[in-house]
Design a protein around this ligand. Sequence first.
Ligand code: CP3
Length: 343
Amino acid sequence: MRESPFLAACRRQPADRTPVWFMRQAGRYMPEYRAARARRSILAICHRPKLVAQITLQPVERLGVDAAIVFADILLPFEPLGLGLSYAETTGPKIWHPIRKPADVDKLKKVDPAADLAYAIEGVRQTKASLVAKFPGTPLIGFAGAPFTLASYAIEGATSRHFTATKQFMYEHPGAWHELMDRLAAMVGAFLAEQAAAGADALQLFDSWVGCLSVMDYREYVLPHTKRAIELAATAGVPIIHFGTDTATLLEAMAEAGGDVIGVDWRIPLDVAWKRIGDRAIQGNLDPAALHAPMPELERRVKDVLRRAAGKPGHIFNLGHGIQPGTPVKNVKAVVDLVHAGR
Ligand code: CP3
């Protein structure tokens, strides 16, 4: 593959344009996704590699983004772990057997991603083959949830606002907490490396909810495990994006945990974040809500992000978090065109 602008930016090499892709670029805001989803659950889609490939390519076709992200979900490993997983239409993920006490950690099944998540890895393989055939030169991103964000779902049993149960478990049972994080880190690291072996050109670790922690707690309860997951994934030799939200206070520590690229949300100006993470590439950080703004305002905000990146090698344009349902597709496309038109 000729070096893509996205992969060049991951390595902080100059590219002929700023690369752009979007977290959750395949999803309910898109009519073609809703059509595929109308007759099946999200889990049913994830379990069928052919559909995964089709849906992953939808935004590449429609938007002209510089990278595809394999259609999957961070919670898929919860099925083989024995935690039980389903998705409700309005309230999101539901974990049927959440972790409530230390003994629940010991009851988790040992997961070997190559075997237990073989369908997801096959999804990566088939998606890569479709991309090479239809959009040669467009790289594929594989992904996984980071140990903390996965642990928070395993303990809360659903998306949470205050993460009280997670923190209570962490403070009350530090031994069991570290055991849980240790297992998740090993699994996530191996899963990511398998995705790269199946054709993923880059890997993103989603630590979506880690911003609920103080920097002290992050360093004590999370950093060593995230670092280990990233080190295991890095054996595959592809760039790694380390993403979190609400991380303005955690950026130095997150960079220390690892990642060739640090993903940042919109709560911190991009140039300020870039100074804080030092010599890494950076991904971000338009507010997803800006996609609902009138066009001149959206344009002003896109240009602000580009101005703060100042054309330095190593900026990957993205949102600060995923595209929300109800986002107008034409606004998403307009952002791609604005970013490609330049700085
Ligand atoms: O295009 C892509 O980005 C690839 C697909 C993708 C999905 N989930 C599919 C999905 C990715 C990268 C994810 C990651 C994910 N999943 C994260 C990390 C990113 C983030 O948003 O913070 C998290 C926390 C999850 C867990 C999850 N899955 C939640 C909270 C929900 C419900 C909320 C929601 O957005 O609906 C899901 C369901 C889910 N995963 C959907 C999609 C497209 C919802 C649509 C559906 O039901 O079809």
